[in-house]
Every structure is written in C-alpha cells, then in structure tokens.
Design a protein around this ligand. Structure first.
Ligand SMILES: Nc1nc2c(ncn2[C@@H]2O[C@H](COP(=O)(O)OP(=O)(O)OP(=O)(O)O)[C@@H](O)[C@H]2O)c(=O)[nH]1
Ligand SMILES: [Mg+2]
Length: 428
C-alpha cells in the first residue's frame, strides 16, 4: 500500500471526541489510526468533557468556536467527529466551522470501500454507504441547495433532495436484490460443507489483532495481513489438518471495532453468517495493545449484536512476542473470562500455535463420540466422507466389510445408525 508523505497528504483533520473523562481518550488514538489507514493526517485532537453528545453541535457551540480557531492555527482542511453525527449536527457544525465535517462512520465506510476487493464486498459496502446517505440527506441537503446559490435555491434544493432520495432508494433496492442472491449462494455452499461434515472454525477478533497472520501461519493461505485497520473484508476459508489427521475449515473474517457502524453490520450480515454457523470461534486478541480489555468487550458486544451466542470460544492471546518478558511471565496475565479456553500465542514467531490447534482438536472431541462401525464395500463413499469429517483411529479392510473405529460428530449418530456396532458410552 502506498504510504503518504507529509507533503502529499492533502487532507488534514482535527479529531474531535467527547468523553466523560478528558484525561485520556484512546478512542481518538484509534480514530487517528483509522485516518492514517485512509491516507489522511490528524493535526490536532480535541476532547470535550461530556457524557452525551450535544444534540445541536456534538461538542456544544462554545467548544465548536474553539475548534474553529484551531482550524486556522493548524491549517486544517476538515474536522472529524468520533461518533456518528446526526444530519442536524453535521449541518450546524459545517455552518460554524466552514470546513468539511465528517464522522467516524463515514471514515470507516471509506476504508471499507477502498479495501473491498470482491464483488460481494463492494456491494455490501455500497449498501452501507447508501443507507448512510439516505439517513443523512438532510444534513447534506443544505449543501446541495446552497450550491445553486441566490434566489429560489430553496425550491430546487428541496426538489434535488427528493430526487436524491428516490435515486438512493432505488439503488438500495437493487443492492438488496444482489445481497439476497449472494446469501443464497453462500447458503448452498454452507449446506454442501455441512453435508461433508467438516467442522468450521471462524477466526474472529478486533481489527489488526492478527487474524489473517494466524490463518496464514496455520494454513499457508497467503491472505493479506498488514499493519492497518480492516485489511480483511472478504472471508477466506482454508483447510487445516489437525495432528490426528482430521481436517477443519478455518475462516478468516472482517475485524470488529468499537462503534462499528450498524449499517455495516447489517450489510455484512451474509458474510458474517460464517461466524454464526461456525462450530468453534477462534478469538484472536492483540495482547500487546493497551486497550486489550476494551477490545475483547467490543468483540463480545458485536457477537451479541450478530446473535452469535453459546458457541465454544478459544481465545488466542496473540503477539506475545511483543511483550516484555517480565510482563509475559507475570501471573497477572489477561484472561478472557467469556472463553472456555485461553492460550498465549504468536502468529509471528509460531510460538503456541501447535497448542492452539490441539485445543481446537480437544473442543471438537467434546462434540464427538467414539464408535466402532462396519461398512459394506459398496459404501466406500461414506467411508471417504468420514475420513474428511471425523478422526479415524482404525480403518480395517476386512474380508466382508470395512471396519472403522473413530470419533465422529455427535450429529452423525442418526445418519450412520445402521453402521454403528458399538458406542463408547463412557464418552457420551
Ligand atoms: N509482533 C507480532 N505482530 C503480529 C503478530 N500477528 C500479527 N502481527 C502483525 O499485526 C498486523 C496485523 O495483522 P493482520 O493479520 O493483518 O491482522 P487482522 O486481525 O487480520 O486485521 P484486519 O484484517 O485488518 O482486521 C500485521 O502487521 C502483522 O504482521 C504477532 O504474533 N506478533
Ligand atoms: Mg485480516
């Protein structure tokens, strides 16, 4: 990715946030990282002490005028607010500040738009952008009517607003059709996978936690992994072989972030269904980030929003190579209390990776059942399917049948009812 030098960064922003505590506003640091990913520069950060945004101007009008003087001081080209603004807030702030006013949502949408590579990703991002536009037409409307200038602009401005609304609604309905179509294709693929019975592990976590690096480490997938936010938008699924020989599917997913726009979650629902239908969630955490606890909280809140509950979670505390040995060894190691299993790892150096795979195997085993089975030689296809989905311990080609001893998914008991000779009750 192109890096911008100070000279060719055209857009310079003042970052504005609200917080009940102005001592430290890490959310603004994250906003700066987002801005950097988008290729623009932060020139100054301002935090207003408020519990809730001011409905008219987000920060209150006094603070807004203070920001106006900072614009001149830093020669800023715009102001970016750390929360999604209402149309009225955008309008009022633009009136006072007389520079471009954008919000966190627009910035995230912009990054998503430039990182989307597949058709599906592009359509999903456009859907979120159009929905944002539709809900903010009134904020942008004044700008539109102003462009005409002079007498009578209000009329044409309003008309323009109406025609814009209709145009956007039409586009949203076309995009909805495409998304529904893609959802169907995804469903068919998923059904196929479910029939094959290969367990799916979804790699989830905060953006930049190291999900793609971990997937690459585990499968040699060659997925883009970069030190930027939202490098991955499109889910990549790769096969990974566990030490018992059993295969699993690992799916990389889009990263989560604090204040992830709702429209984006909505638009990415079909992609995020990969998470909903996974057998296990592999939660990757950047343990070297000072905000690690808040990041984990955001991940679980997003999962709740996606209605993904009651799934086994394995948490990999990643990037331990970046930690001071002292901190690393101290007993005060972070725990993910919501995960059934927490391990330390480094996708970078490979430390702890084998343990992560073994843990996946262990969790899968909890949902498997130990059986002895007999297949006729004409059922070779079933044996082949079992090889992909199960952990086979003995496969014996006897004179009159094929004898199998294996751990099979519990859900298979009904399917192979006629083939099962014994079930290990102790493991039930
Ligand atoms: N030191 C160190 N760096 C790591 C480790 N794992 C990942 N990284 C780095 O962290 C950055 C982000 O890694 P990615 O794998 O792209 O993270 P991601 O979670 O896929 O991020 P998004 O797709 O943007 O949500 C990259 O620069 C990686 O090289 C690790 O274990 N140690
Ligand atoms: Mg990634």
């Amino acid at each position: 990715m192109m890096t911008l030098t100070d000279e060719n960064i055209k857009e310079k922003y003042i970052l504005v946030g609200i917080s009940p505590d102005t001592q430290e506003n890490r959310s603004l640091d994250e906003l700066e990282a987002l801005l950097d990913t988008a290729g623009a520069k932060a020139v100054c950060k301002v935090t207003q002490r408020l519990d809730y945004p001011d409905p008219a101007t987000y920060v209150g009008s006094g603070k807004a005028y203070e920001i106006k003087s900072l614009i001149y001081l830093h020669d800023a080209t715009g102001v970016i607010c750390d929360d999604e603004l209402t149309p009225a807030q955008i309008r009022n702030l633009t009136d006072i500040l007389e520079v471009k006013v954008i919000d966190r949502t627009i910035l995230i949408l912009d990054i998503f738009a430039s990182h989307a590579t597949t058709n599906e990703g592009k359509i999903q991002v456009e859907m979120a952008q159009q929905k944002y536009r539709l809900s903010h037409l009134h904020g942008l409307g004044k700008e539109l009517s102003r462009q005409g200038g002079g007498i009578g602009t209000r009329g044409p401005g309003e008309t323009r607003l109406e025609s814009d609304r209709r145009r956007i609604q039409k586009r949203i309905s076309i995009l909805s059709g495409s998304i529904a179509q893609m959802k169907k294709v995804r469903e068919t693929n998923r059904k196929k996978r479910q029939n094959e019975g290969i367990p799916v592990v979804a790699v989830i976590g905060y953006t930049n936690a190291g999900k793609s690096t971990l997937l690459n480490r585990l499968t040699g997938a060659g997925v883009l992994a970069e030190d930027m936010l939202f490098a991955t938008l499109d889910p990549t699924t790769r096969v990974c072989r566990l030490s018992s020989g059993q295969n699993i599917l690992l799916t990389d997913t889009v990263g989560f972030i604090n204040k992830l726009p709702h429209n984006l979650i909505d638009a990415f629902k079909s992609t995020l269904e990969e998470v909903e239908f996974a057998d296990i969630l592999l939660h990757v955490v950047d343990v070297s980030d000072p905000d690690v606890e808040a990041h984990m909280k955001t991940v679980y809140e997003t999962l709740d929003e996606l209605k993904v509950v009651n799934k086994p979670v394995i948490t990999a505390l990643n990037k331990i190579d970046k930690l001071d040995p002292e901190i690393k060894d101290s007993s005060r190691f972070i725990k993910d209390i919501k995960a059934g299993h927490t391990l330390v790892a480094s996708a970078f150096t490979g430390e702890g990776i084998k343990e992560v795979l073994d843990e996946i195997e262990k969790v899968l085993r909890e949902d498997q059942i130990h059986v002895q089975m007999s297949f006729s030689y004409s059922q070779g296809g079933d044996v082949e399917a079992l090889r992909r989905s199960s952990n086979i311990i003995i496969e014996d080609y006897r004179e009159c049948d094929i004898f199998i001893e294996a751990y099979i998914p519990r859900a298979y008991v009904g399917k192979y009812d006629k083939n099962i000779i014994t079930v290990d009750e102790n493991l039930l």
